[in-house]
Ligand binder design. Structure first.
Ligand code: GLY
Length: 367
């Protein structure tokens, strides 16, 4: 791990995020987090053919005694279901995994969320090591212990908080990431600038070309800065009782779009998670400006930056405003049946706003 940057996540269950090239083949580092003898490697049908063999071999070389099972999901958000969760649990049972087993999640957010949830539930909780292979999962979903599956009524409605034992973000794998997936990850990177760090936002404005060209140093800096923002937040508020909710800027609108259009997949043009969050951030920022909370110029700057990174900023055609609003009512942040949204006060400052007037939201969704 000599070339790796590290970010420490503090709090009651501390762990380290390692960021750098070549981590997937560092069996000693990976195996160092396996306490027992059983490993279930969870991946998907795109990532597994590229990297699962390498990880298995690296683990075996470091720990020849390990019994390593593999569970492969069909790639795509459509796989984040209770049915596939059940199959992952069956794979742990078939492996004979004991309480000291380790689930290794090798893939993007879908794999990380489902594998993490299986680890949270098997024998009431076994270890999970997150090995994210997309930019989005490196900067967001692999860190902080949120695990879940989707149901038709909404995203991530069934899940658990289960912090990983470690996170290994191998930046070399980003070379095989499709450009659309890279941009989706950059939406979550931009989110940290928008809600917490105006200087980082400005840096993202300056480094757009380098990041879109996948410049290794710029990407590593963006990943490390994003992980530091996430680590600080989740260490203070692991269970989202307060400030962690700010990380959901754009997500209530975004999840409503994702659920209403049908989850983005390989065989359709539906917005993927990062794209939906990009649209959601613009909507949240616009609502904030409309409510007099944030300067309209900052909202315009956010929209310009997202568009400059090739991200969508408008609700896709054909989604009914009332239907989107109905989806938003099922958001996990809502309390007592009232909309509770993350809005902003301008660059670098977000706030949770309770009891948002639904008619303002509907007007925005209709506009
Ligand atoms: N993705 C937001 C969070 O982990 O809290």
């Amino acid at each position: 791990m000599s070339n790796a940057r590290t970010v420490d996540v503090g709090g009651e269950t501390p762990y380290t995020i390692a960021i750098g090239p070549g981590l997937l083949s560092d069996g000693t580092a990976l195996a160092g987090h396996v306490r027992g003898r059983h490993v279930l490697l969870v991946s998907d049908s795109i990532v597994a053919p590229l990297y699962a063999g390498m990880v298995r071999e690296a683990l075996h070389a470091a720990r020849p005694d390990l019994a390593i099972g593999t569970f492969i999901l069909p790639a795509g958000e459509e796989s984040k279901t209770l049915a596939h969760f059940g199959h992952a649990i069956e794979a742990l049972a078939t492996l004979g995994a004991t309480r000291d087993a380790c689930v290794i999640a090798l893939g993007g957010g879908v794999v990380g969320d489902l594998a993490g949830f299986a680890a949270a539930c098997w024998m009431r909780g076994v270890d999970c090591v997150q090995v994210p292979t997309t930019l989005l999962s490196m900067v967001d979903s692999s860190v902080g212990g949120k695990t879940a599956v989707d149901i038709p009524q909404g995203k991530n409605l069934v899940g658990a908080f289960h912090p990983p034992r470690a996170v290994f973000a191998d930046t070399e794998v980003l070379a095989t990431l499709p450009p659309r997936e890279l941009r989706a990850g950059l939406a979550e990177v931009i989110k940290y600038g928008a809600i917490r760090d105006a200087r980082f936002f400005q840096w993202l404005e300056q480094e757009r070309e380098a990041l879109l060209a996948m410049d290794g140093e710029a990407l590593a800096l963006a990943i490390a800065a994003s992980c530091e923002h996430k680590a600080e937040t989740v260490a203070r508020d692991p269970l989202e009782k307060g400030e962690r909710a700010l990380l959901n800027f754009g997500h209530t609108f975004g999840h409503a779009i994702e659920t209403e259009q049908g989850y983005g997949g390989l065989g359709n043009n539906n917005l993927n998670h990062g794209e939906a969050v990009a649209v959601g951030m613009v909507l949240a920022a616009r609502l904030s400006s409309g409510l007099g909370m944030a300067p309209a110029t900052d909202t315009d700057r956010l929209e310009t930056l997202l568009a400059g990174y090739g991200l969508p900023t408008r609700i896709p055609a054909g989604l009914a405003p009332q239907a989107l609003l109905a989806r938003m009512r099922l958001d996990k942040k809502n309390l007592a049946g009232r909309l509770r949204l993350v809005l902003w006060r301008g660059l670098g400052q977000a706030d949770v706003v309770p009891d948002v007037d639904e008619s303002r939201v509907l007007a925005l969704l209709s506009g």
